[in-house]
Design a protein around this ligand. Structure first.
Ligand code: GTP
Ligand code: MG
Length: 300
């Protein structure tokens, strides 16, 4: 019988390629929020997959980007730091779009690591147009290198295409070892951040890009009672005009955000949820270490 395998796998790539979608599909549970707004994920989120012969701990990361500002440079730093403690890197690209400038930066970083890399070519359910561009670019970068290894797998994170192949390859490349986590724990992502993210996902869903970029959610209270969970949260924005947009005409927008978040929260807690939402203007919060720390966005 083959030995048990275990290890950490970082999922990384530029924003919007489908990293969080892949994590959720693999775990068959929504652990990480998803939207078509770039930079949806702002935390490093771990999700544990238990297989018969292996335990894979996935590390979902914020998309690597070239934006400016303290929050954004911090997020990049967070991603590259998270690579220190992993056994394998799953480098996700979106083959419906040509390689962007970020790709150059990501590849240059990855070739320096002594960790195997699998390139997963995502969104093949839409098109396969740029598969070769990514494969050629990566082959060129890794030329003559012993590591990272040159593995390519076209997938659809959304539909699940080829994810069995991807899992087989990951298990093959992981070292032998014991499980790191108990079977019951799918994620160690703190509850208050999970709740905050569920609310932020709805902001991403209902509002255009500029607003989500300037928004963060701070959960002030979670009171769990036997049949109901009561949550108080603040939506932070950086300008009064953004506050107006989030509240919407006659409070319609905030109501929609609240209703939709409440449904997800009821699933998460498996009980009725009461959600009280406030919008607060916190000028330039993206550059305030105190606020970033409170939000959990600062590097530990
Ligand atoms: N058609 C299709 N869409 C996908 C696939 N994977 C992800 N998407 C969509 O791509 C968008 C971005 O997905 P996310 O999972 O949030 O992407 P991400 O890489 O985590 O993004 P950031 O957290 O911003 O870095 C969403 O609208 C997803 O529904 C796929 O395999 N096929
Ligand atoms: Mg994400």
């Amino acid at each position: 019988m083959s030995k048990f395998k275990s290890g950490f796998v970082a999922i990384l790539g530029r924003p919007n390629v489908g990293k969080s979608t892949l994590l959720n599909t693999l775990l068959k549970q929504k652990v990480s929020i998803i939207s078509n707004v770039p930079q949806t994920t702002r935390y490093v989120i771990r999700g544990v997959l238990n297989l018969n012969q292996a335990q894979i701990v996935f590390v979902d990361t914020p998309g690597i980007h070239l934006f400016k500002g303290k929050l954004f440079s911090n997020l990049n730093e967070l991603v590259f730091k998270s690579l220190k403690d992993v056994e394998l890197i799953l480098y996700l690209v979106d083959v419906t779009r040509p390689p962007f400038k970020e790709e150059e930066m990501i590849m240059n970083n990855l070739v320096k690591k002594r960790i195997p890399v699998i390139m997963a070519l995502n969104k093949i359910d839409i098109s396969k147009e740029y598969i070769n561009s990514y494969v050629e670019m990566w082959k060129e970068k890794t030329k003559g290198k012993l590591l990272p290894l040159k593995y390519f797998i076209p997938i659809s994170a959304l539909r699940g295409d080829n994810l069995d192949k991807l899992l087989d390859l990951m298990v093959e490349l992981l070292p032998e070892g014991f499980p790191y986590y108990d079977k019951e724990n799918i994620t160690d992502f703190p509850l208050s951040y999970r709740v905050a993210d569920i609310i932020r996902e709805k902001v991403c869903l209902f509002l255009k890009e500029e607003i989500p970029h300037n928004t963060a959610v701070l959960v002030e209270e979670i009171n769990e009672e036997e049949n109901i969970v009561k949550i108080l949260a603040n939506i932070l924005v950086s300008k009064p005009s953004q506050k107006k947009i989030i509240i919407g005409q006659k409070g319609r927008m905030i109501k929609e955000i609240g209703t939709s978040a409440r449904k997800d929260l009821e699933l998460l807690f498996s009980k009725k949820a009461f959600l009280e939402l406030w919008v607060k203007v916190e000028k330039d919060w993206q550059n305030k270490p105190r606020v970033l720390k409170e939000l959990g966005y600062l590097n530990p």
